[in-house]
Design a protein around this ligand. Structure first.
Ligand code: CP3
Length: 320
């Protein structure tokens, strides 16, 4: 349950006075925040507390996370010249040390509970880099894709390499699985995804495949491209809340699925949420395996008791 920590008072206490990206780069703090929701909700795996823009920051890109808004760049990357300047930046071997340290501390504390590592997919990172911040339709990024295909290629290649290094560092330090978040891939036509984006996500998976960890590929609004997310090299396909898992299984074939509780229902009365969770579990049986989670992040105002109760409900169900 991504950003489960954000709804916790202990998260807000730990983060008090520390900027978001700074908290990701203090290994003891990042580890503590990763462990908080695992301790409280007794979920079956933790997700590493970090952010998709951390490898950009560590490579020297001027980026910050503005509360309530998201990642904001000092200077957007709009032209071939901007891309060439970006490509002069790279991750120094030592730059990822705080990430390795945080993962190592966390894995030691978690014991037999697995840790999921993650990275942002090149398109989603490019969407932030080109737009300079969060945007609705990622128009400028999608324009650059067609206006200057060579610059687009070079931008995605660079993003794939820093993201791949970020994910690889987590897996080498002890994370048990890796998830690639292409949060904004749903804004692309299928043709654009297949022709101009999928190769770069495949490049990230290729960077870590030799490590043998299961790899999850997730995007928001990606019902039309689920088979393409699989084809990029994933072992598991993540599904948002928009299509039911039995339909997702029909689209991707016999592949493990992850998903897809609608985050909006966390604020609904318990019987409504309970019926929804049971329906998700029932439809998930159409896949050969199902990793139950939310279709997207936990809303910050979610009552933590609801999350704990949801986990208890799922643990009480008979295993297939
Ligand atoms: C697009 C994206 C980002 N970051 C991430 C994505 C991809 C997943 C997705 O589709 O949501 C991924 C991410 N971000 C974070 C994690 C770590 C795991 C976790 O805490 O759940 C993960 C896996 C921490 C975080 N990343 C962020 C927070 C919230 C910080 C806070 O409010 O305290 C956390 C816990 C901030 C962030 N970072 C980003 C956004 C859009 C925001 C929200 C801005 C806001 O609304 O305040 C970029």
């Amino acid at each position: 349950m991504r950003q489960a920590g954000r709804s916790l008072p202990e998260y807000r206490a730990a983060r008090a006075g520390v900027p978001m990206l700074e908290s990701c780069l203090r290994p003891e703090l990042a580890s503590e925040i990763t462990l908080q929701p695992v301790r409280r909700h007794r979920v079956d795996a933790g997700i590493f507390f970090s952010d998709i823009v951390i490898p950009l920051r560590l490579a020297g890109v001027g980026v910050d996370i503005v509360a309530g808004r998201g990642p904001v760049l000092d200077a957007p990357v709009r032209s071939a010249t901007d891309v060439a300047r970006l490509r002069e930046l790279s991750l120094a071997p030592d730059a990822l040390q705080p990430i390795r340290d945080a993962v190592a501390i966390t894995v030691a504390e978690l014991g037999s509970t697995p840790l999921i590592g993650f990275a942002g997919a090149p398109f989603t990172l490019a969407a932030y880099l080109v737009e300079g911040g969060p945007s609705k339709d990622h128009i400028q990024a999608r324009t650059l894709m067609h206006a200057d295909p060579d610059a687009w290629h070079d931008l995605l290649e660079w993003a794939a390499d820093v993201s791949g290094a970020f994910l690889r560092a987590q897996l080498l330090a002890g994370a048990s699985a890796g998830q690639l978040f292409d949060s904004w891939a749903g804004s692309l036509s299928r043709t654009d995804y297949v022709d101009s984006v999928a190769w770069a996500s495949a490049r990230v998976f290729d960077d870590v495949r030799d490590l043998g960890a299961p790899l999850v590929h997730f995007g928001v609004g990606t019902g039309e491209i689920l088979p393409d997310l699989l084809a990029a090299g994933a072992d598991v396909v993540g599904v948002d809340w928009r299509i039911p898992l039995d339909e997702a299984a029909r689209r991707v074939g016999r592949v493990p699925l992850q998903g897809n509780i609608d985050p909006a229902l966390l604020g609904a009365p318990w019987p409504v949420l309970e019926a929804h969770v049971l329906d998700v579990v029932r439809r998930g049986r159409a896949a050969p395996a199902h990793v139950l989670n939310l279709g997207h992040g936990v809303p910050a105002d979610t009552d933590p008791e609801v999350l704990t109760r949801l986990v208890e409900l799922v643990h009480s169900l008979p295993r297939p």
